[in-house]
Design a protein around this ligand. Structure first.
Ligand SMILES: [Zn+2]
Length: 180
């Protein structure tokens, strides 16, 4: 199990979360697998102790009266999945239908980010940017501080953000911005 860097004393992330008063001393007790990264906290008002475990392709979150209880709840979900004969679908239980390739198990609610191929909606890019897309493009292209922060925090998503910026830029050039 790997501990998220903001919980590890001496890292810049730890320094920052200490400054923000968000540092919560805790030592995980469950037997999470090697490739798992974990983090935890007490949430904001109202206090809501939580524990999150990220395993490539999926994640588990538990809530509880204490962080230990939250971790136990997240771990119980992880253990429950192992015994399930999964039946995958694009429908999130009691929620939306996802077309981005994410899948949920209809029996146990397990989540996998890349269970299916993405459903491509032909022609979906042939339209002007809306306001929030235009704002997003502007920050992707011009807010260097934000981009540096995101690149540091989510280095694996860097390429995806660049692709997104390119796509929005092409759409804006061809179809324009928000139309009132
Ligand atoms: Zn299942």
């Amino acid at each position: 199990m790997k501990i998220a860097s903001h919980h590890i004393e001496g890292t810049p992330q730890h320094k920052l979360s200490s400054l923000m008063g968000k540092n919560t001393e805790y030592t995980p007790v469950q037997n999470w697998p090697e490739e798992c990264t974990v983090q935890w906290g007490n949430g904001i008002i109202p206090a809501n102790p939580f524990f999150e475990a990220f395993i490539p392709g999926t994640f588990y979150r538990g809530d509880g009266a204490t962080i230990e209880e939250a971790e136990a709840n997240a771990f119980a979900q992880y253990e429950k999945e192992k015994t399930c004969n999964h039946l995958w679908g694009r429908q999130r239980p009691k929620r939306d239908l996802y077309t981005n390739g994410a899948g949920w198990c209809r029996h146990c609610g397990a989540f996998r980010s890349k269970m299916f191929n993405e459903i491509v909606n032909l022609g979906s890019h042939r339209k002007p940017l809306n306001k929030s897309e235009e704002y997003f493009l502007d920050s992707l292209e011009n807010d260097h501080e934000m981009n540096a922060h995101m690149d540091e925090k989510y280095p694996h998503d860097r390429k995806q953000r660049q692709t997104q910026a390119r796509l929005l830029r092409i759409r804006k050039n061809l179809f324009g911005g928000p139309q009132e």
